[in-house]
Write a protein that binds this ligand. Structure first.
Ligand SMILES: [Zn+2]
Length: 256
């Protein structure tokens, strides 16, 4: 059982969501990936309805809806996304969507997700832009404290702030991580080793594999990620948790 818990539809396949989902399903099948969590993005040219319809054709795919917390109907969009369109969580991207993850509207939407018992995945890759805007693990920690009933997935494991997030996760039981993008991005630095250390320190719980496709082809990300983890001494049993069972238990893959 392999689960990819962070990927997107590629809008460069043929510019349709259906075409992108078809191509993604082909790649998932040939890489042997059983389940995939696809993140809808407001910046892509597809409505939540079109996106949901495209992925609904493939049993292995589930989606997270991307809503802007400042939209006057944000709460309604989230509710309808979950209840009518089959999404199983909320995706937030404070940097691309240009809002502060700690503002009242963002907190409210994250709390609503918790009330609906769906997780929220928040982008946490500290690139230069995000750092200039004041990126801090503490902001995520305060969100987790104020939204204690919401399970929060810190995407990309917080990048080079992974050790800060690890120490925070030891105090905040509602913090989870995917290690997409960062594990491969920081190759050649100490960060992949720090990520492997954090996984081990968390007993290989609450951490999920993701490819962040279309960053790289599905099979390339999977093989490169496995090799980095093996190089840092991870065992196959540990790998199975990170790449399969953790995400299988965490997300709601119910039949639709
Ligand atoms: Zn992503």
């Amino acid at each position: 059982m392999i689960v990819d818990a962070h990927l997107h539809l590629d809008d460069k396949v043929d510019s349709t969501a259906a075409g992108a989902a078809f191509e993604l399903n082909r790649q998932l099948g040939s890489a042997g990936i059983d389940r995939a969590l696809i993140l809808h993005l407001e910046i892509q040219p597809w409505s939540p309805e079109t996106f949901a319809e495209a992925i609904s054709a493939y049993p292995r795919m589930r989606g997270f809806i991307n809503v802007h917390p400042h939209h006057e109907k944000a709460e309604l969009q989230l509710r309808q996304g979950i209840e009518r369109l089959g999404y199983i969580g909320l995706k937030l991207h404070p940097r691309l969507q240009k809002f502060d993850v700690e503002d009242d509207k963002a907190l409210r939407l994250i709390q609503v997700a918790g009330e609906m018992k769906v997780p929220v995945l928040i982008d946490a890759f500290p690139d230069g832009t995000y750092l200039l805007e004041g990126f801090s693990p503490l902001k995520y920690a305060r969100v987790a404290l104020k939204c204690a009933s919401t399970r929060i997935v810190v995407a990309h494991m917080g990048g080079h702030h992974v050790l800060d997030f690890l120490m925070l996760a030891k105090r905040l039981p509602n913090l989870y991580f995917d290690f997409s993008y960062s594990l491969l991005y920081y190759q050649g630095s100490a960060i992949p080793g720090n990520m492997a250390y954090a996984m081990k320190s968390l007993n290989f719980k609450n951490v999920f594999y993701g490819s962040d496709y279309p960053d790289r082809p599905i099979n390339v990300s999977l093989e490169m990620s496995r090799n980095v983890l093996l190089a840092h001494g991870l065992q196959e049993t540990e790998m199975r948790k990170l790449m399969g069972t953790n995400a299988l238990q965490f997300f709601d893959w119910k039949d639709r």
